[in-house]
Design a protein around this ligand. Structure first.
Ligand code: COA
Length: 165
């Protein structure tokens, strides 16, 4: 079975999707260490997302199993009534660089446009060059800086903010 993208099924795909989160969050939030509590909260939010009309979770699957994920959300902000927001994207290491990240982002474009979004947005970690390149290559442009000032050395930070990755 070649890789294909389909809607996430809670019962069959949950374990694989949860297994991706350690890499996603520990890569994108340096100093953060995945905990049981974090994963439990993530799982609860994911379950809620699957029941919501405002969110969509798609997985990538091949003969070895579930090997990618994109979690989409229709959000409003203080200044914008409707934005398509990418909450999470992941492609298993064995499939990276073969266009599957781009394919998941194409799915996001389709769903956001079907739902009337005038634009899509996401947050990216500058040091995650592969992810940033993927977004630049698929039409995303940086529009704001998120700036941080550290009071402690990064390796002593006890946890990271619960932002989307
Ligand atoms: C980010 C991620 C989803 C990209 O998926 P991918 O399948 O490797 O991406 P693609 O193969 O579709 O590549 C898309 C673009 O990324 C860039 N890219 C791919 N591999 C790259 C590499 N090794 N280094 C730098 N850029 C690279 C290329 O510019 C490519 O554009 P092109 O198709 O015009 O050549 C994947 O690397 C991943 O899951 N990373 C870990 C999880 C993560 O950090 N998620 C992002 C949270 S913000």
């Amino acid at each position: 079975m070649p890789p294909h993208i389909r809607a996430m099924n809670w019962r069959t795909d949950r374990a694989a999707v949860l297994s991706f989160q350690k890499e996603i969050y520990e890569t994108n939030f340096p100093g953060f260490r995945m905990s049981v509590g974090f994963l439990r909260d993530y799982e609860a939010q994911l379950r809620q997302a699957l029941r919501s009309q405002m969110e969509r979770v798609m997985v990538l699957e091949d003969e070895q199993g579930v090997c990618g994920l994109v979690w989409l959300s229709l959000i409003t902000t203080m200044v914008e009534p409707l934005v398509g927001y990418i909450k999470n994207i992941y492609v298993a290491p064995r499939l990276r660089g073969a266009g599957w990240g781009r394919a998941l982002l194409d799915e996001a474009d389709r769903w956001f446009q079907q739902n009337g979004c005038p634009k899509a947005a996401l947050d990216a970690t500058i040091a995650n060059e592969r992810a940033v390149n993927t977004y630049l290559q698929t039409g995303y442009v940086p529009v704001r800086y998120r700036m941080e000032k550290h009071y402690h050395a990064p390796d002593t930070i006890p946890g990271a903010s619960g932002d989307s990755a």
